[in-house]
Ligand binder design. Structure first.
Ligand SMILES: Nc1ncnc2c1ncn2[C@@H]1O[C@H](COP(=O)(O)OP(=O)(O)O)[C@@H](O)[C@H]1O
Ligand SMILES: [Mg+2]
Length: 197
């Protein structure tokens, strides 16, 4: 047992620290799927406020003016970082599901949000697997030449060199990926089961 008083304990549990789970990975790697599963779990089992910042959704609301060039993707990531920052500094668990193909953008996100509340999670699946899944049919469209700038085909994806967590969605089913990631967040002291004594 720690030496915290009961009051300190209760206060800490009532006002937990916000943080950002920054999920990066190829289209079809499983970012949105896992983000939504995590949201349900953290709301229900950890009693946290959770916001999913999904790349495509945020684009509609905040980045309508941006396209898919390197500069625009970086600007989009910058805006999402800012949102994640203001949410997580107010106790929210922000789950960012964004391809964020450039290392530089992800490094800037860590700086903006603060390293103590930023967890870079590489949602890992091979291009072959992602293209086979093709949940939105975008790889097929890109192959047919109907869309350009498809990450993994025409556009680069810079794999994280030292992500905080790697979740391999090819070797584990989604439920197992959720458990693995959750355990890592508990180990880092960012999540804890609430016990008000
Ligand atoms: N372990 C896993 N984690 C997440 N998604 C998985 C996993 N295994 C298979 N899938 C499937 O892969 C697809 C991922 O799509 P999606 O979550 O939209 O990807 P992204 O948001 O990264 O583009 C879904 O059809 C999902 O059911
Ligand atoms: Mg998605």
């Amino acid at each position: 047992m720690t030496t915290m008083t009961r009051t300190e304990n209760v206060a800490r549990e009532l006002k937990p620290k916000g943080f950002t789970i920054w999920m990066t990975g190829l289209p079809g790697a499983g970012k949105s799927t896992l983000a939504n599963l995590l949201k349900q779990k953290y709301e229900n089992e950890f009693n946290r406020f959770v916001e999913v910042l999904d790349g495509d959704e945020v684009r509609k609301g905040l980045s309508k003016d941006l396209g898919l060039s390197k500069e625009d993707r970086e600007e989009h990531a910058r805006r999402v970082s800012y949102l994640a920052k203001v949410l997580s500094r107010n106790g929210v668990v922000s789950i960012v599901a964004l391809i964020s193909p450039y290392r530089k953008s992800r490094e800037s996100a860590r700086d903006v949000i603060g390293a103590d509340r930023f967890v870079e999670v590489y949602i890992k699946a091979s291009l072959v697997a992602c293209e086979k899944r093709d949940p939105k049919g975008l790889y097929a469209k890109a192959r047919r030449g109907e869309i350009a700038n498809m990450t993994g085909l025409q556009d680069p994806y810079e794999e994280p060199l030292q992500p905080d967590v790697v979740v391999d969605t090819e070797s584990s089913p989604a439920a197992q990926c959720v458990e693995l990631l959750t355990q890592q967040l508990i180990d880092k002291g960012l999540l804890r089961h609430v016990e008000i004594r």
